[in-house]
Design a protein around this ligand. Structure first.
Ligand code: MBD
Ligand code: FE
Length: 272
């Protein structure tokens, strides 16, 4: 059994010495293998300067490297999680049941009821587990996030909310079903994707952080079957176990005057 990994924002001096040495050696190896020119070195140096100037290191890091660290971490715990990504904002509104995500009266997108449960990896249902969920709107925009194209933002904390499991460890929340998401392309991260010939899409996804006393917090994402980007997520963060089956309901029930979707997922948390 591998040792459970720490998630705190630290790195020991010993690890830094080991990992940084390996990193530098690997970069030099690539330079030698590909006979990188001085001009290419200068362009690369300018490129990383631009990433910093555009304040895109959070985006760049989470798109290209977070999934690798996340998989090592989740595997060490025996859980199925996914990357947090760059757009989590703490302090989202605490919802009251029946849970409906904060949204505009005319919020575009199909109504989605996400239901499910939270339990320990041992199967114990977790009552009062906290779920913090956030996702983009139908215009591919996250609330509270300044975009490089200075687009108009939805109201603060739109489609960001916190809710809890009931006494049986179950929950249901209504939201506006997210759509595939193209990461900002105007900045240096987008320029690199273009240069490499890669698209900038993530499949439609919900972000969630689940916490319960005595358990290790779980950061995860949920995706939807049939999404065109499941196999080519720019952030390489899709895991088969996180893809939901969407049930379409044509009849109007639940007080909604239009068709809606339902999906369900059971979260499993490792003991702390
Ligand atoms: C996102 O919404 C996201 O989830 C990731 C990983 C990167 C950029 C935007
Ligand atoms: Fe996201």
């Amino acid at each position: 059994m591998t040792q459970v990994m720490e998630k705190t924002n630290t790195a020991s001096a010993e690890r830094v010495a080991t990992v940084v040495a390996a990193l530098m050696e690997n970069i030099r190896d690539v330079m030698v293998q590909h006979k990188v020119t001085l001009g290419e070195y200068a362009a690369a140096k300018q490129y990383v300067i631009e990433v910093g100037r555009a304040d895109e290191w959070p985006l760049f890091g989470d798109v290209f490297f977070e999934s690798t660290a996340e998989k090592l971490y989740s595997d060490s715990l025996g859980v199925t999680g996914a990357i947090e990504g760059p757009y989590y904002v703490p302090g989202a509104p605490e919802l009251e049941p029946p849970y409906v995500m904060p949204m505009r009266d005319d919020e575009p997108g199909e109504a989605l009821f996400l239901s499910g449960s939270v339990s320990g990896t041992d199967g114990a249902p977790l009552a009062d587990a906290k779920i913090d969920m956030w996702h983009n709107d139908a215009h591919m925009t996250y609330s509270n996030i300044p975009y490089p194209d200075n687009r108009e933002l939805p109201p603060p904390f739109n489609l960001r909310g916190r809710f809890k499991t009931d006494a049986e460890g179950r929950f249901e929340v209504r939201t506006a079903c997210p759509v595939p998401y193209e990461i900002p392309k105007e900045g240096p991260t987008g320029a690199l994707l273009r240069a490499a010939g890669w698209h900038a899409w993530r499949p439609a996804h919900l972000h969630l952080i689940i916490t319960a006393p005595g358990y290790v917090p779980l950061t995860s994402q949920l995706y939807f079957e049939g999404d065109p980007y499941l196999d080519s997520d720019v952030a390489t963060a899709v895991k088969p176990g996180l893809i939901l089956h969407l049930e379409k309901h044509e009849v109007s029930e639940r007080g909604l005057d239009r068709p809606f979707l339902t999906a369900s997922y059971d979260f499993r948390l490792a003991r702390a």
